[in-house]
Design a binder for this molecule. Structure first.
Ligand SMILES: Nc1ncnc2c1ncn2[C@@H]1O[C@H](COP(=O)(O)OP(=O)(O)O)[C@@H](O)[C@H]1O
Ligand SMILES: [Mg+2]
Length: 411
């Protein structure tokens, strides 16, 4: 019955990202339970090496281990998948892994260590991207929920398609030609093996299998990001950084899930300070993440484990809302690089110039409009720039950053 609502041609992908321990896996699993109940074929995929999907669903680990990293159907319309890098290496990385291992081996490392090291950072992430692309191309699932690795790693994951595209365009062809001509010569003068053409062929095949996945990830009608966080300073700061990076990658963030809020019926004075702190951080979060809505979720009385509690968690998060909805359709802001500085553009409808007050602290811009505040964390290149000028044009506020060390005009 919901199929018609979303158009059956569109697969929906949601990434759940955030710091370790905030509740990503639980929230992803809870969401999956809901969408499966709505008759969508749903897969919850885990990219975290500390795989915990099986634990959270309270399933026997063997069930997943036996399935060698392929999706396991655990309920009607609901699959879970924990990638197994060893299996992926055999499936996708054979020639590439073999070459790298031989390289490390030549460097004098023993066989086992060389093989271990030949699993490069990024291979796991690329494997996940290969699955996403395959699932979307073949329409194997209606809903793909990604339980991301802790923040830093999931940011690397979203940068992979762009980096790879660059590598293929700028480096790959040259390297391949270079290796072809040099191989006979190199053999005579060094033991270090140059990659064979099967290595290059394997890279090219992978690249072709990945084609299009970058478009899928930045298409807001398909993919959105939900940042899972807790009402604590340290956690929130990391979430702000993630928020900025996802914005820079032009991925659409459509909700902030503020997990582990102390429920109102906890009245013990011991928790008074916690409660006040949480309330403060919840208010701060509105300033940081506007216009993206915040969904507060209570701390449960115990761990959220098993179908029943996960279903309850989903109800706490979404209430009567459809979890597949795009909860925020606005791009919070974007940065544009200009000749000698950067331009921040953000939508601020219904405000007058005289009501806006801008204040730049080192790596953040505070925009005050009457009693309302909005904080924007600045990217590394923008933070040191001293000169800040703003211009309100129709419903957009444009802020120009120039000057400082990085802003010197090129003569
Ligand atoms: N709202 C909540 N109330 C109580 N326990 C929670 C809540 N959300 C998550 N947990 C528990 O916190 C632990 C970590 O959650 P998990 O989803 O594995 O975090 P992550 O995937 O971000 O590392 C788990 O034991 C989970 O049951
Ligand atoms: Mg997890």
């Amino acid at each position: 019955m919901y199929g018609a609502l979303f158009g059956s041609a569109v697969v929906r992908i949601i990434l759940f990202a955030g710091k370790g321990g905030v509740g990503k896996t639980s929230v992803a699993a809870a969401t999956g339970i809901k969408t499966a109940q709505m008759d969508y074929r749903t897969v919850v995929m885990s990219l975290d090496v500390a795989h915990s999907l099986a634990d959270i669903f309270d399933l026997d680990r063997d069930l997943l281990d036996q399935n060698k990293g392929q999706p396991v159907e655990i309920d009607s319309n609901l699959w879970i998948q924990e990638l197994d890098i060893q299996e992926e290496i055999q499936r996708y990385w054979g020639d590439i892994h073999a070459y790298l291992a031989s390289l490390f081996n030549t460097a004098g490392l023993d066989d086992v260590l060389a093989e271990e090291l030949a699993v490069l950072p990024g291979m796991e992430e690329i494997s996940l991207l290969l699955y996403i692309n395959k699932y979307v191309r073949n329409r194997e699932f209606d809903v793909i929920l990604l339980d991301c690795a802790p923040t830093g790693e999931s940011l690397r994951f979203i940068s992979i398609p762009t980096t790879l595209e660059w590598y293929m365009k700028k480096i790959f062809k040259v390297e391949r030609k270079f290796a072809k001509y040099l191989r006979p010569v190199a053999k005579r003068i060094t033991d270090v093996p140059l990659p064979g053409d099967d290595y290059f062929q394997a890279i090219e095949d992978l690249f072709n299998k990945l084609k299009g996945v970058d478009k899928i990830l930045v298409d807001p009608a398909t993919t959105t990001v939900r940042l899972v966080t807790n009402p604590e300073k340290v956690v929130l700061n990391e979430t702000r950084r993630a928020f900025m990076y996802f914005c820079l990658y032009k991925m659409s963030i459509d909700a902030i899930i503020m997990n582990r809020m102390l429920p109102d019926n906890v009245e013990d004075t011991y928790f008074k300070c916690w409660r006040e702190g949480q309330q403060h951080h919840l208010e701060k979060a509105a300033e940081y993440f506007n216009p993206v809505p915040i969904f507060p979720v209570n701390l449960f009385g115990g761990e959220v484990i098993g179908y029943h509690y996960l279903e309850e968690l989903a109800n706490k998060i979404y209430g009567v809302k459809n979890p597949l909805e795009r909860f925020s359709k606005e791009e919070p802001y974007h940065f544009i690089k200009e000749n000698n500085g950067y331009h921040l553009k953000l939508k601020l409808p219904f405000v007058l110039k005289k009501d806006i007050e801008l204040n730049k602290r080192y790596d953040e811009l505070v925009i005050r409009i009457g009693g309302f505040k909005r904080h924007i964390l600045l990217p590394r290149q923008v933070a040191p720039l001293q000169s800040v000028k703003a211009k309100l044009e129709e419903e957009y506020l444009n802020v120009f950053f120039k000057g400082g060390d990085h802003g010197r005009e090129k003569g």
